[in-house]
Design a protein around this ligand. Structure first.
Ligand code: SAM
Length: 213
């Protein structure tokens, strides 16, 4: 998702208490930001933020960090909650490639990937967020027992992700090709913006949960 460049987005982001401005300075010190030692769950490619914002409100004893590449998109997430105070939620405007410079080993407890960009051309496979190259980056900061939860309606991207996981040393713990008709995996499901859109069109939603081998 890339929205039209929005004048002033940079200023709003720079002034928002939700956005961590120099995140590399907090590598290994994220609990100082939240002022507690609760677990940290991150969503990479959060878009307009409905999923992670809802999770943060529902689970005050977990810390959440939403990561989005584009300032024009992050702006939408900030605007939706600027009248609210959600102390266990922060946002980063960074490329996911830089995350090993932002989180120290074992600093993150769970990673969510939702409706990641498919990058359909083979030569762009390394840019897909569930690729083995990205999984190797996540290994650098996710706790050994930590999990990755990935949802998409894109079957080609999901098949790719299922093939990549073992190549990077991950095992599939749970999998469904029709999440909304799999009650045991639907429990506590929070829909993302893309999930609402594509499931309302009748597309089945695929989901896996993977862990380190
Ligand atoms: N997760 C949301 C949802 O399910 O509604 C948004 C899905 S949208 C298709 C994917 C989002 O991931 C876009 O907003 C895009 O800018 C972001 N994104 C893609 N590559 C990224 C990267 N390398 N680092 C951070 N964000 C990225």
């Amino acid at each position: 998702m890339r929205l039209r460049n929005i004048p002033g987005a940079g200023e709003v982001i720079a002034a928002s208490p939700y956005v961590v401005q120099n995140p590399t300075e907090y590598k290994g010190k994220w609990h100082e930001i939240f002022n507690n030692t609760a677990p940290i769950y991150i969503e990479i490619g959060m878009g307009k933020g409905k999923f992670i914002t809802t999770l943060a409100k529902n689970n005050p004893h977990v810390n959440y960090v939403g990561i989005e590449l584009y300032s024009s998109v992050l702006l939408r997430a900030i605007q939706k909650i600027q009248e609210e105070t959600i102390p266990n939620l922060k946002f980063l405007c960074v490329d996911a490639r830089t995350l090993p410079d932002i989180f120290a080993p074992d600093e993150v407890d769970k990673i969510y990937l939702n409706f990641s960009d498919p990058w359909p051309k083979d030569r762009h496979a390394k840019r897909r967020l569930p690729s083995k190259e990205f999984l190797a980056r996540y290994t650098q900061f996710l706790k050994p027992e930590g999990t990755i939860e990935f949802k998409t309606d894109n079957r080609a991207l999901f098949d790719f992700a299922v093939e990549e996981a073992p190549l990077a040393g991950w095992v599939i713990r749970e999998i469904t090709y029709d999440l909304h008709h799999t009650p045991e995996m639907m429990e506590n499901n929070v829909m993302t913006e893309y999930e609402e859109k594509f499931s309302s069109m009748g597309n089945p939603i695929h989901k896996y949960i993977i862990a380190r081998d």
